[in-house]
Design a protein around this ligand. Structure first.
Ligand code: NDP
Ligand SMILES: O=C(O)C1=N[C@H](C(=O)O)C[C@H](O)C1
Length: 256
């Protein structure tokens, strides 16, 4: 059985991932990590007594396990680097890794011949949206992105919106904004030459719209994660991928 450690296990995503791993026959929840907890007693968190609870990275001596990370943008690089350097294969869902940090993680993984995955979004609707947007952008080069999330989200724009902009730019040359107000904050963030608008509201979970416009017509593609259950199918795919493969990849679209 493949052992798994869940970082950020008390959070909205982490707690659902714990339940997922407990349900999967081929995987065993071996450890959980959150530096802000006082108790190291698994039963205090409704976990089996065999699960090791950690509140300090240095306590973690398990190796040959998968490290699933749904923590916070400010900690994800340290966590992922720690995992790779200690023989733990990373499955990273936490947003906020920079291009430079991802390149560094890739380098460590290559040196240590370890598999892993960084996925800005594990929801299949979001991955399909990204693919559809790539196709549409070939015919509609004028595009803007709106991402809408719950009000507790720590980062803006979302990792998914950044990945969508990057994917669109992979297939289209950079366009210049035509409008007079392109530099105004009201026009959103310019990323890869694409405007991204971030909405934060209670009641929302995670949603994205990609809007294409051309002479006399428009195309809008939208996906909605109404519940964090929407990410679990992708997390399961990623777990199977890293336990059976050697590659380190970025984006769930590469293994669908
Ligand atoms: N890739 C994907 O498909 C998805 C990605 N996400 C991303 O996952 C991340 C977590 O989201 P969400 O679960 O909603 O957030 P939450 O705030 O609900 O959970 C984050 C958890 O991480 C804990 N934590 C804080 N610092 C650390 C640390 N240094 N190491 C480990 N854990 C830590 C927090 O503990 P405490 O509260 O005690 O500080 C909290 O329990 C975000 O970056 C989000 O954007 C979210 C959904 C889907
Ligand atoms: O914070 C969230 O909730 C989410 N974060 C990820 C992101 O930044 O794109 C994935 C999904 O949008 C949910």
């Amino acid at each position: 059985m493949q052992k798994v450690i869940v970082a950020g296990f008390t959070g909205s995503m982490g707690s659902q991932v714990v339940q997922l791993v407990e349900r999967l026959a081929e995987f065993q929840l071996a450890g959980v990590y959150n530096p802000h907890i006082d108790s190291l007693n698994p039963t205090d968190f409704n976990l089996a007594s065999s699960v090791q609870v950690f509140n300090n990275l240095q306590q973690i001596t398990l190796n040959d396990a998968i490290w699933i990370d749904f923590s916070v943008p400010s900690a994800v690089f340290t966590n992922a680097k720690f995992a790779l350097e200690h023989g733990l294969k990373p499955v990273i869902g936490t947003s906020g890794l920079s291009t430079t940090e991802i390149a560094q993680l890739r380098q460590i993984a290559a040196k240590k011949e370890m598999s892993g995955i960084i996925a800005p979004n594990f929801g299949l609707s979001a991955i399909l949206l990204l693919k559809f947007a790539q196709t549409a952008a070939r015919y509609f080069p004028d595009v803007e992105i709106i991402e809408l999330h719950h009000a507790d989200k720590l980062d803006a724009p979302s990792g998914t919106a950044l990945a969508t902009a990057k994917a669109i730019r992979e297939v289209t040359p950079e366009k210049k904004f035509h409008d007079q107000q392109a530099a105004s904050p009201a026009r959103g963030l310019d990323h890869e030459g694409i405007k991204i608008h971030s909405v934060r509201l209670p009641g929302y979970v995670a949603h994205e719209e990609v809007l294409f416009g051309a002479a006399g017509e428009a195309l809008t593609i939208r996906q909605d994660s109404f519940d964090r259950a929407s990410f679990m199918r992708g997390v399961e795919l990623a777990l199977n991928y890293v336990s059976d493969n050697q590659d380190f990849i970025v984006g769930l679209e590469n293994i669908l």
